[in-house]
Write a protein that binds this ligand. Structure first.
Ligand code: PBG
Length: 331
């Protein structure tokens, strides 16, 4: 039957009817709040390219994570901004590094707080800003890098990380990290792999925030070509075979097709990373009065859930959780 017997508008006539048939739900518990932990500097340092986001000291991060927990946010994800860098990024596996200290402080202060996920990568810690170590010929040495990444993940687990999330895009890193964790007694620590991470212009503001822009070249020899969808699914399936517990698609907004495809192919929980450039675009347009920030953010996050994301990493997490709480009480 078609029109006039069928009228699609019948079920859109009131808020109650729309609520009754809504297909996709967004909860604060599905959100992950990224945090930048500065080893030195002020307690709160604004990031020019990401209005509303700051580099935090450890005590400021504990306070922000407490607030996130009170709002029901599922997890925080930690990125380190170390005071010193070197060729191999050795600060990344320092048991007294800023992420390790922050992880211990968070787990101690907020036993029932949000989960602590740590980003496992070298780029914030290497003086050249690449996600792996540079070999003799100037290219990124895959097999040397995954040994170091396994050390980083084990160091995070020793500090108490609930999940570790490798974002480097080296081949074989999930397997190396799994073996390292298992041999150190962390067989129960899950790996959230940034499986389908694209070489994207949308990371620009993050690199400013973390001081991790590559000093030479770019990341196209290890991150995915934005033109390639089949290759992204293949990456995710390989991570499953190496032991990933969750997989990620990143960026999120222009990659909804892959959130769906990766979910279908892997059957694992899928996270979408609503990255810094996606955040900055919304903030800039909202500040200019071009769009309504609250409505836009909730629409974006809901659309990522509809595409198939179980979990969403987003710099909007605190605001979104507040808005969701207001909606629940009919605000
Ligand atoms: C690398 C890493 C990056 C992001 C998360 N982990 C940057 C990159 O690959 O250049 C980007 C996150 C964002 O843009 O919000 N460790």
């Amino acid at each position: 039957m078609a029109f006039p017997q069928t009228r699609m508008r019948r079920l859109r006539g009131s808020a109650s009817l729309r609520g009754l048939v809504r297909e996709t739900e967004l909860r604060a518990g599905q959100l992950v709040l990224p945090m930048f932990l500065a080893e030195s500097g002020p307690a709160h340092e604004p990031i020019a390219t990401m209005p509303g986001v700051q580099r935090l000291s450890i005590s400021a991060a504990v306070a922000q994570a407490r607030e996130a927990g009170e709002l029901g946010i599922g997890a925080v994800m930690l990125f380190g901004v170390p005071a010193a860098k070197d060729e191999h990024g050795s600060g990344a596996w320092d048991d007294e590094g800023v992420v390790q200290l922050a992880t211990r402080a968070l787990k101690q202060a907020l036993a029932d707080g949000p989960l602590v996920i740590t980003d496992v990568c070298l780029c914030e810690y290497t003086d050249h800003g690449h996600c792996g170590v540079v070999g003799g010929d100037g290219s990124i040495d895959n097999d040397a890098s995954i040994e170091l990444l396994a050390r980083v993940a084990s160091s995070h687990a020793r500090a108490g990380a609930d999940l570790v999330a490798p974002s480097d895009m080296m081949d074989g890193r999930v397997g190396a990290i799994r073996a390292g964790l298992d041999s150190e007694g962390f067989a129960g620590t899950p790996i959230l792999s940034y499986s389908a991470k694209f070489a994207s212009a949308f990371y620009g503001p993050f690199r400013e925030a973390a001081g991790s822009a590559p000093a030479f070249g770019d990341r196209r020899s290890y991150q995915l070509d934005p033109a390639n969808g089949r290759e992204a699914v293949r990456e995710a399936l390989l991570d499953v075979r190496e032991g990933a517990d969750m997989v990620m698609v990143k960026p999120a907004l222009a990659y909804g097709d892959l959130i769906r495809a990766v979910k279908r192919a892997t059957r694992l929980p899928v996270a979408a990373y609503n990255v810094s450039g996606e955040y900055a675009m919304v903030k800039a347009a909202a500040a200019a009065g071009y769009l309504d920030e609250r409505a836009t953010v909730l629409e974006i996050l809901t659309s990522l859930r509809r595409a198939g994301a179980d979990t969403i990493v987003t710099y909007h997490a605190l605001d979104a959780a507040r808005w969701l709480a207001q909606e629940r009480v009919g605000g």
